[in-house]
Design a protein around this ligand. Structure first.
Ligand code: AMP
Ligand code: ZN
Length: 665
């Protein structure tokens, strides 16, 4: 036997013991024997550095230090999940997807919603290559070295599964391990960790992977992401993943109907407390992958899945004070300052009160005993007052009349629940907030300039608005706290680069109230230049698809403010993109104006999303379900049979991908 074979055999053997112990929870060797074999392997590897392998079981102990975690863009976006709180919500969801799919025959996979930190694992040719946190869903931090120390995650796969794929899962800290860690901390005189979820997600960002290796973390997998069409259903793909070595919980279940989903919900609503780890709900997914593809995604979440949140835990505490926060748009948010209380594993001191109506509706007063609720990730909220405990001296709450930051008199327009500070250009959090929004990733995406720096720049009197950014000089930035020549240079080049950001994003960056990302896109596409938008009448504005009174009025208000007009003129003079570029105009036509399309099936020349974009770029509309208003159905392979019948019933022409391409050429 060659040295290489010997090394390989030891690795295989240790991998399989690891698997038995950490995935199957069924030890096949004593700790002592395992250690001897591991040492033997480590020695052989040390003597034969040629055969080094980052995925060897010897690497699980960690030791690699990561100073800065690289930001990595996800190949496939990591979405959130829409939430539901009742059976009615679930029935509504069922109705919505039945309508889109045009069938009532839908199977579901039911899973628990594991409460930890999400992770994306990349495998190539049977080897683990990289792990990235969810981050903002578009990009996350690469934490490969730390993840490698989690023993239940296979580093080399046992058998043929898929060639290249990603596994999505949740890094959790089981309760027993959490309590044990806390016992040790108490013994060492250290502060206890608050809850398993935060400890798990904090662990991923530790610099020393050897520290991570010591923590009893685990990884539960819930999704296979691949372009290979080997498995037809989500459930089958998870079973196959389990067979190849991944820890896919045995609690997952196939449901043939929404009634069976309810049975799953009922069962776990009470039995979840017996699980070795925390869960904060249930995730229900359409099982058929073809149907998943047909349902697609909203801006935030898949349409083919929904989370069902267990009823949140409640606790009573005393309201000490109400303070007020000012947001970037001047919106005021009242905050309840509470006597600290333990709730769902964390200490709660503050809760949002939303607006004046909320305070009035609940009749919340200082010194009241209130019920606070918290479910999963949701910020704690006050749900009711315990009137039996109200002190006799109690007085109704008077809502703030003046801005806590600049003392301006607050205003409230009819129809708006929120109070606003109208001192747009003189109120510190508004100034800073607007600039922070302007530079954020989805807006001008200015690198090197964090929120704190913006606040410093404002305090130093260097910027009062976003146009001022473009007058900044390196020499002005260097003296700021935590800045140096290099970082200052980065800020300036980041600002310079933002001049290439396309119009739709600039429009979003301006921070016009109610003009979010999607609205900005619609407006940019319709008006094409900032001048046309700012001179548009109310009627012209509301005639744009999906632009209502509220948005239109907000744009009119913005455009008629002299300060804003001056700001825009300055932005123009610096060379920002304040109109749609000739390039993107080139691909846009009105060929499909007024036509409504439904897209169904699998396509080859372009992806489903490209197809939809092409429809919109050419002036058409995409709808998700077939109705009398539909003009064409673009059908790919495997178009749903019920959709086909419906199209035939309504006599709607069905065209192929090729027909469509010819139409727009
Ligand atoms: P949310 O963060 O509330 O939008 O929920 C989405 C997150 O739930 C995902 O990013 C996952 O980390 C987590 N999650 C936990 N269990 C599951 C599961 N079985 N399926 C999908 N996501 C899950
Ligand atoms: Zn103010």
């Amino acid at each position: 036997m060659t040295i290489q074979q010997k090394i390989q055999n030891l690795r295989d053997e240790l991998n399989s013991h690891n698997y038995n112990y950490y995935v199957l929870d069924n030890a096949s060797i004593s700790d002592f024997e395992f250690d001897i074999k591991l040492k033997e392997l480590a020695k052989l590897e040390e003597e034969n550095p040629l055969f080094f392998d980052a995925n060897s079981p010897t690497q699980r102990v960690g030791g690699a230090i990561t100073k800065n975690f690289d930001t990595i863009t996800h190949l496939n976006r990591m979405y959130s999940l829409d939430n539901s709180y009742s059976k009615e919500d679930l029935l509504d969801w069922e109705k919505r997807i039945q309508k889109v799919l045009g069938t009532t025959e839908i199977e579901y996979t039911c899973e628990l919603k594991y409460d930890g930190a999400s992770i994306n694992l990349t495998y190539e040719n049977g080897q683990f290559v990289k792990a990235v946190t969810r981050g903002d869903g578009f990009q996350g931090d690469e934490v490969t070295n730390n993840i490698r120390t989690i023993k239940s995650i296979p580093l080399t796969l046992k058998q043929d599964f898929l060639e290249n794929f990603e596994m999505r899962g949740e890094i959790i800290l089981p309760l027993a391990g959490f309590y044990k860690m806390n016992e040790e901390r108490v013994l060492n005189g250290e502060e206890e960790y608050r809850n398993p979820r935060n400890t798990a997600s904090g662990s991923l960002k530790l610099q020393d992977s050897a520290e991570v290796a010591k923590r009893p973390l685990d990884c539960l997998l819930y999704q296979v992401v691949t372009s290979e069409r080997k498995y037809k259903t989500h459930f089958k793909s998870l079973e196959a993943a389990r067979n190849t070595g991944f820890k896919v919980p045995e609690t997952i279940k196939l449901a043939k109907s929404i009634d069976e989903v309810f049975q799953f919900v009922n069962y776990w609503d009470t039995n979840r407390h017996n699980l070795p780890y925390e869960t904060d709900g249930i995730v229900i997914k359409v099982n058929n992958l073809q149907q998943q593809e047909e349902l697609g995604y909203t801006a935030k979440a898949p349409r083919w899945a929904i989370a069902y949140k267990f009823k949140a835990e409640q606790v009573a505490t005393v309201l000490n004070e109400i303070t007020y926060q000012v947001g970037r748009t001047g919106a005021i948010t009242p905050v309840a300052n509470l006597a600290p209380v333990q709730l769902a594993g964390t200490t709660v001191k503050r809760a949002s009160l939303h607006n004046a109506d909320q305070i009035e509706k609940l009749d919340i007063r200082i010194n009241d005993t209130v019920f606070v609720e918290k479910g999963g990730e949701i910020i704690p909220k006050i749900i009711a007052v315990d009137f039996t405990k109200r002190p006799d001296s109690s007085q109704p709450t008077l809502y703030a009349a003046n801005c806590p930051e600049c003392n301006a008199k607050l205003v409230r327009t009819t129809g708006d629940a929120k109070h606003y500070c109208p001192n747009e250009f003189g109120c510190a959090p508004q100034i800073t907030g607007r600039i922070q929004h302007f530079i954020s990733r989805k807006a001008m995406d200015i690198d090197g300039l964090g929120g704190e720096t913006v606040d410093l720049l404002r305090k130093e009197g260097l910027v009062q608005n976003y146009a001022d950014l473009y007058d900044l000089k390196v020499a002005q930035i260097i003296p700021l706290e935590r800045m140096a020549e290099k970082s200052a240079q980065n800020v300036i080049s980041g600002i310079e680069k933002s001049k290439e950001i396309p119009f739709e994003k600039v429009l979003f960056a301006l921070g016009i109230r109610f003009v979010g990302e999607t609205v900005a896109k619609k407006l940019a596409k319709h008006f094409k230049t900032i001048d046309k938008l700012m001179t548009a009448s109310f009627e012209e504005l509301i005639n744009v698809d999906e632009i209502g009174d509220r948005i239109a009025q907000s744009i009119i208000d913005f455009s008629s403010d002299l300060s804003n007009i001056q700001l825009i003129e300055r932005l123009k003079s610096y060379g920002l993109q304040l109109e749609v570029s000739a390039e993107s105009l080139e691909n846009q036509t009105n060929k499909l104006a007024g036509q409504v399309f439904v897209v169904s099936g699998v396509f080859y020349q372009m992806s489903r999303n490209e197809l939809k974009k092409a429809i919109e770029d050419n002036g058409g509309k995409v709808s998700s379900s077939i109705s009398k208003k539909t003009n064409f159905i673009v059908a790919g392979d495997n178009m749903g049979p019920s959709k086909l019948t419906k199209a035939q019933d309504l006599e709607i022409p069905i065209i192929t991908e090729q027909d469509f391409i010819e139409k727009i050429q």
